[in-house]
Write a protein that binds this ligand. Structure first.
Ligand SMILES: Cc1cc2nc3c(=O)[nH]c(=O)nc-3n(C[C@H](O)[C@H](O)[C@H](O)COP(=O)(O)OP(=O)(O)OC[C@H]3O[C@@H](n4cnc5c(N)ncnc54)[C@H](O)[C@@H]3O)c2cc1C
Length: 418
C-alpha cells in the first residue's frame, strides 16, 4: 500500500507498539495514540512463547529483551501435594530457534516504546491522547482524542487500528450492543517476590488445580546478587468481586489460605506469597468472539479484538501475531481497506478458537485431569494416573491451535514429544 498519511494505531500497549515496529520495518508510516500521559512499567509478568519471540527477533528486539527477561527452560506441572507430574521443555530447550521469554509486562512495553521513538521518531508516539471516536471519510479516517485536561485533537490516517485493550473504545463503537463480559468463576491474585532461584532458575511451574487453588510461578528477572524476581499468579474459585482493572490492588490476604502448608522441598510457596510487596487482583473474564473486527477503514487488534482468559501465555503472543498478519496484508494489498478485511479473515477465526480453548483446555487442563482422576489425593505413581502420550496430546493440541508448535514454526517435530 502507499501510505501518505500512515496508519493510526490507537493504544500503545504490547500490540500497538509492536504493530508500529512491524509497519516501520515494512516501510509504512504509522503513528501511535496512547491514552495515558506517562508510560509506567505497569502489570506483572507475562510469557512470550516462541511463535511471538520469532516476530520480536525479526524486529531486531532480542538484545533489548535479554537484560530484562528470563529465558524459560521448561514448564513443570505439580499437584497440590508438591508431587511432580510432568516437565515440558520450553523455548530453546524444546528445539525452537527462539526463546520463550518470561518478562515484566511493563518493562516490555517501555522497551517497545523506546524502540518506536528511536525508529519512527519522537512524534510517532503521542501520549495523553485518549481516542473517543472516529469519522470514516471513505479514503481516510479521522480519530478524535481528548487529553487529561479535556482538550480535544484530531488525527488523520489512511486506516485506523484499535489496539486499545480490554476496555476498547473502538470495539464499543463498532459493536455497541455487544453482550456482557463472561466471568469464568475464577479470580487471580498476582504478585512478584525477590528471592533465591528455585529448581533450575528458569522454570515456569503450575501447581494444584482451580477448585482447591492453583498457582502459576516463573522468574522474570535475574539480579546481579544471584536473586531473582519471581512472578506468581494464584487462581481461586470465588464469586466475581471486582471488574477488569489490571492495576487493582488486593485489599486483603484471603487468597493466602488455600496455599497454607504448600512448603515443598523445591519451593516454600507460603514464604514466596508473603514476600510480595504488592498484590493485584483480577477477575478472569472474557467475551464471546465478535462477528467482525473491520468496518471500512477501521479494525481491531490484540485484546481489543479477542479478549481471552489469561491461561495459556497467549494474550500478548496473539496480539503480536496479529501485528504480523496485518502488516503483511497492508504490504501485499493495493487497497488498505481490502488489507484490513484480509487480515480479519486470517486472524478472527484463529483467535476465536483460542478464546474457546482457553475456557476449557489450556495447558493447565493437565492439572484438572490429574485432580479428577486422583480424586484430589496424592498418587503413588503418575504413570498410573495419566500416560505420557495423553499428556503430550493435551499439550500438543494447545500448541497446534495457538500456532506455537515446533512443527508449525520450523517444520521440525517437537523434541518434547520424544
Ligand atoms: C496497565 C496494564 C497492566 C497489565 N498487566 C498484565 C498482567 O499483569 N498480566 C497479563 O497477563 N496481562 C496484563 N495486561 C494485559 C496484556 O498487556 C495484554 O493482554 C496483551 O499484552 C495484549 O496487548 P494489547 O496491546 O492488546 O493490550 P494492552 O497491552 O492492554 O494495551 C492497550 C493500550 O491501549 C491504551 N488505551 C486504552 N484505551 C485507549 C484509548 N481510548 N485511546 C488510546 N489508548 C487507549 C491503554 O492505555 C494501553 O496502553 C495488562 C494491560 C495493561 C494496560
Amino acid at each position: 500500500m502507499t501510505a501518505t498519511n500512515g496508519v493510526l494505531i490507537i493504544g500503545g500497549g504490547i500490540g500497538g507498539l509492536t504493530l508500529a515496529l512491524q509497519l516501520e520495518r515494512a516501510g509504512i508510516r504509522a503513528r501511535v495514540l496512547e491514552a495515558v500521559p506517562d508510560l509506567k512499567p505497569l502489570g506483572v509478568g507475562i510469557n512470550i512463547l516462541p511463535h511471538a519471540s520469532k516476530e520480536l527477533w525479526q524486529l531486531g528486539v532480542q538484545n533489548d529483551l535479554t537484560p530484562i527477561s528470563v529465558q524459560t527452560s521448561q514448564s513443570v506441572f505439580y499437584n497440590r501435594f508438591g508431587q511432580f507430574i510432568h516437565a515440558d521443555p520450553a523455548g530453546n530447550a524444546a528445539g525452537f530457534p527462539w526463546p520463550q521469554y518470561s518478562i515484566h509486562r511493563g518493562e516490555l512495553q517501555l522497551t517497545l516504546a523506546k524502540l518506536v521513538r528511536e525508529r519512527l521518531g519522537e512524534e510517532s508516539l503521542v501520549l495523553d491522547a485518549k481516542a473517543t471516536g472516529f469519522v470514516d471519510h471513505g479514503d481516510r479516517v479521522t480519530v478524535r482524542t481528548v487529553d487529561s485536561a479535556g482538550a480535544e485533537s484530531t488525527y488523520d490516517g489512511v486506516v485506523a487500528v484499535g489496539c486499545d485493550g480490554v476496555h476498547s473504545t473502538i470495539r464499543r463503537i463498532l459493536h455497541p450492543d455487544e453482550g456482557a463480559l463472561l466471568y469464568s468463576g475464577y479470580t487471580m491474585w498476582r504478585g512478584t517476590t525477590r528471592m533465591a532461584p528455585y529448581l533450575d532458575g528458569a522454570s515456569m511451574v503450575r501447581v494444584g488445580w482451580l477448585e482447591t487453588g492453583k498457582l502459576v510461578i516463573y522468574p522474570i528477572l535475574n539480579y546481579d546478587d544471584g536473586t531473582q524476581l519471581v512472578n506468581w499468579v494464584a487462581e481461586i474459585a470465588v464469586p466475581q468481586r471486582t471488574n477488569r482493572n489490571w492495576n487493582q490492588v488486593a485489599e486483603d490476604g484471603e487468597f493466602f489460605e488455600p496455599f497454607e502448608g504448600w512448603d515443598f522441598d523445591w519451593l516454600d510457596i507460603p514464604a514466596m506469597l508473603r514476600g510480595a510487596e504488592r498484590v493485584y487482583e483480577y477477575p478472569m473474564l472474557d467475551q464471546d468472539s465478535l462477528p467482525f473486527w473491520t468496518k471500512g477503514g477501521v479494525t481491531l487488534l490484540g485484546d481489543a479484538a479477542h479478549p481471552m482468559v489469561p491461561r495459556g501465555s497467549n494474550g500478548a503472543g496473539q496480539a503480536i501475531l496479529d501485528t504480523r498478519a496485518l502488516t503483511d496484508a497492508l504490504v501485499e494489498e493495493a487497497n488498505p481497506r481490502a488489507a484490513l478485511t484480509r487480515y480479519e479473515r486470517e486472524r478472527l477465526p484463529r483467535t476465536a478458537e483460542i478464546v474457546q480453548l482457553n475456557r476449557v483446555n489450556p495447558p493447565d487442563a493437565l492439572l484438572r485431569e490429574v485432580f479428577e482422576r486422583t480424586g484430589d489425593l496424592p498418587f503413588e505413581d503418575i504413570a498410573n494416573v495419566i500416560s505420557p502420550s495423553e499428556v503430550q496430546q493435551l499439550l500438543d493440541n494447545y500448541r497446534a491451535v495457538t500456532g506455537s508448535s515446533l512443527a508449525s514454526l520450523t517444520g521440525h517435530e517437537s523434541r518434547s514429544g520424544a
